[in-house]
Design a protein around this ligand. Structure first.
Ligand code: BTN
Length: 335
């Protein structure tokens, strides 16, 4: 009895998944119940039930007698099914969990790590965060339905000094998604911010859970916050923050694109090409920058980025200094 219950749920999930795929392929066009039934090899009643499940999940589906069903273009729902439909096949079995609302996906991801309830690629995505975390204890504005707030757990043996590389690949993954899905030209402000037309559109918070004995990270949480279509910001952010695009981009497609790139970059995290690509997108290289060192403001020129993702700066006395992202005594002023 119990087993057959599980079986029924599995069938229903597969049907829902496939139905969503059919409706997505035929956006703005009605597909008849009969056609769906034939394609999925199920009864008309089963089609109707699956449509109802999608509607219960919040999908807007028009149904017109003698015409069939049509997915409304107004849909803006984060869906694990749609994200998985857009993932490369080798990543489709990674665990993706969607929250309508949560405090912070990074916080929830660290909880999963503490309880050992995760795998490489486990990803948490929220429609809204009530306590989104930024770097240096700042908060990250995470209003509902307009952004992508995701935390992916990367499980690989990484030396603690190499953790910045996870921030680097996360930034590249977002830039690649922006370039593929929009006309915008993203740039990276070392080490974790992405800018478009002078406005910050994405921030990244990488947090490692490490083993004291081995001095390696057991798991690293790559927390990525993208203002995809967020247009309204609180007063204090208005001058600095912006959004990726005003076009109607699906958050599911965008999230999947980030994940496809993030996972594949993680497979070759020590590849030298990664730093080259990162440098080509840099907003700071060859520019004057300021940073805090022991409470003193230092002005320097951003000269290079090394293999570990550290920023090499040229100081006014001609000496060079290496800025590490995780270094708490050295902090950039403008963030
Ligand atoms: C920053 O700009 O300082 C980093 C912001 C990182 C925000 C993301 S949103 C998803 C994940 N969950 C969080 O609480 N923070 C990160």
């Amino acid at each position: 009895m119990f087993l057959s219950g599980i079986y029924v749920i599995k069938i229903l999930m597969t049907t829902k998944n496939k139905l969503l795929e059919i409706l997505n392929k035929n956006k703005e066009v009605f597909v008849s119940g009969q056609e769906i039934a034939e394609q999925l090899n199920i009864s008309r009643t089963a089609v109707w039930k699956a449509i109802k499940t999608l509607k219960d999940d919040g999908y807007k589906i028009e149904s017109v007698r003698n015409n069939g069903y049509k997915l409304s273009s107004a849909n803006n729902i984060l869906s694990d099914i749609e994200i998985k439909n857009n993932l490369l096949s080798k990543y489709k079995n990674f665990d993706i969990k969607i929250f309508k609302v949560t405090d912070s996906t990074n916080k929830q991801a660290k909880k999963l790590i503490a309880e050992n309830l995760f795998d490489n690629g486990t990803t948490l995505i929220a429609d809204e965060q009530t306590d989104g975390k930024g770097r240096f204890g700042r908060s990250f504005f995470s209003p509902k339905s307009t952004g992508i707030y995701l935390s992916t757990i990367i499980k690989m043996p990484l030396k603690l000094q190499d953790i910045s590389l996870v921030t680097i690949i996360s930034a590249l993954a977002v830039c690649r998604a922006v370039k593929k899905l929009t006309k915008a030209k993203p740039q990276i402000k070392w080490i974790n911010d992405i800018y478009i037309n002078g406005k910050k559109v994405c921030g990244i918070l990488t947090e490692a859970v490490s083993s004291f004995e081995t001095k390696t990270a057991d798991a690293v949480v790559a927390g990525i916050g993208v203002n995809l279509k967020t247009n309204f910001f609180p007063e204090e952010l208005r001058e600095k923050a912006g959004c990726v695009s005003n076009e109607n981009i699906s958050r599911n497609v965008f999230a999947a694109e980030i994940l496809n790139n993030l996972f594949s970059l993680a497979e070759n995290i020590y590849d030298k090409q990664i730093i080259e690509e990162y440098k080509n997108l840099s907003l700071v290289l060859n520019k004057e920058i300021k940073f805090l060192s022991d409470d003193t403001v230092i002005t320097a020129k951003a000269a290079d980025i090394n293999d570990k993702g550290n920023l090499i700066v040229k100081l006014s006395d001609g000496k060079t200094a290496v800025l590490e992202s995780g270094e708490i005594s050295i902090r950039r002023l403008k963030d």
